[in-house]
Design a protein around this ligand. Structure first.
Ligand code: LMR
Length: 395
């Protein structure tokens, strides 16, 4: 059976991390995977997470199964974090399950959509996170794209997006990034969110909102603005979220898949299908990450500490956006890179070609995804000069 297999290329994002680790150049810079790094290039365990882990170590009483939905407390806290005091909660119309990371949430959402409409199509932005297409295709959905980023003008192709969404069938799903669009860093503004929500309501397609970076754009509430507006406007939607970035829990694999139904009765039916989707997939989610998050969000003190640590990460990345643009100019680059300072979250496209991306890797040990997506979190005051000099050379 295995002799029929052929070698596949490494993952476009995770494969870079492997190459980076193996590189012995002391000046190497990792701008590949979306992982927060501090000024020293480390991805620290947040202090609030350490405290919560200590608490769990001392107080956890059992490792017995939790069931396919995972921890009820985590699910409740995550729902509030995403939706605030939204009416879908008081109306008992939302059901949330804990998932193995944001990817697990997306795969669960894909399987759920397939249960509703076998052969459904999901529309994703062009471009989108490199794994979106694979996850949804693996769940058995047809994946199509709608215009999103205007590469030439380094901005949003909002007209193209809206026109395409108006043509989507009511039986289709549409994936939207809640904030910090991965890979472009270009987000919808409030007015644009309203227009997209109105189209979703008018056409009747299923919005699937992916929120992997809540707190990395402006702040926790502002980053959930579009998602909440969508929930105000349509009766049914799916939300996939992740605690990888904002709680720094990458390897613990914890996220959530939330589904809003038209009524509390509809939500109960949705829940039964959701649980069966999970049961045949991974049975039940890992608990450790959820336990950390619910411990933090159940304590006013730890929550305040978390807000502070999240702000520190966000401010550092935004500072690097400005520093990168300034240093490029200092090193003689005349091309306008100011768009980088207007974008959000961990990523932006540098806007250089594949050959230049490859030269940065081969000649300077600077690792960037082939699309020229950079993770701003990999930049520091110590490496920005080497980075911008190298970019100047390949330009
Ligand atoms: C990224 O986009 O770099 C991150 O979400 C990490 C991943 O799993 O691809």
């Amino acid at each position: 059976m295995f002799t029929k297999l052929t070698q596949l290329p490494p993952d476009p994002i995770l494969g870079l991390s492997v190459k980076f680790k193996a590189d012995i150049n002391a000046n190497k810079i990792d701008l590949g995977a979306g992982i927060y790094k501090d000024e020293n290039g480390n991805t620290p365990v947040l202090s609030c997470v350490k405290t919560a882990e200590k608490f769990r170590l001392e107080n956890e009483k059992s490792k017995a199964y939790l069931g396919s939905a995972g921890s009820a407390l985590f699910n409740e806290k995550m729902t509030s974090l995403m939706l605030g005091d939204h009416k879908v909660i008081s109306e008992n119309r939302i059901r949330t399950v804990s998932t193995p990371g944001g990817t697990g949430a997306l795969r669960t959402a894909g399987e759920f959509i397939k249960s509703c409409t076998p052969g459904a199509t999901i529309w994703v932005s062009n471009p989108t996170w490199a794994n979106h297409q694979g996850v949804f295709a693996a769940a058995g959905l047809t994946v199509k794209t709608y215009p999103y980023y205007d590469y030439e003008n380094k901005t949003l192709d909002f007209e193209g997006m809206l026109e395409a969404l108006k043509q989507v069938s009511k039986d289709d799903a549409v994936l939207l990034h809640a904030c910090c669009h991965n890979p472009s860093g270009m987000d919808l503004n409030a007015e644009q969110w309203q227009q997209v929500a109105d189209v979703a309501k008018h056409v009747g397609f299923m919005p699937v909102v992916d929120m992997a970076y809540q707190g990395f754009g402006q702040d926790l509430d502002a980053d959930a603005f579009g998602l909440r507006l969508m929930a105000d406007t349509v009766e049914q939607m799916i939300i996939c979220s992740s605690c990888s970035k904002n709680f720094g829990l990458y390897r613990e694999r914890i996220g959530a898949c939330s589904i809003i139904g038209k009524s509390s009765i509809a939500a109960e039916i949705i829940n039964s299908v959701l649980l069966s989707v999970v049961r045949v997939n991974y049975s039940m989610p890992p608990a450790h990450g959820a336990a950390i998050v619910e411990t933090i969000l159940s304590s006013a003190e730890l929550t305040t500490q978390w807000h502070g640590e999240l702000k520190e990460m966000r401010d550092r990345i935004n500072g690097m956006r400005q520093l990168l643009v300034d240093q490029l100019a200092v090193n003689g680059v005349t091309r306008d890179f100011s768009f980088i300072t207007t974008q959000n979250g961990m990523f932006s496209f540098l806007g250089i070609d594949k050959e230049q991306v490859q030269r940065l890797q081969d000649e300077y040990s600077i690792y960037i995804v082939g699309s020229s997506r950079i993770s701003l979190a990999g930049i520091s005051p110590d490496n920005v000069n080497y980075l911008t000099q190298s970019i100047a050379k390949v330009l």
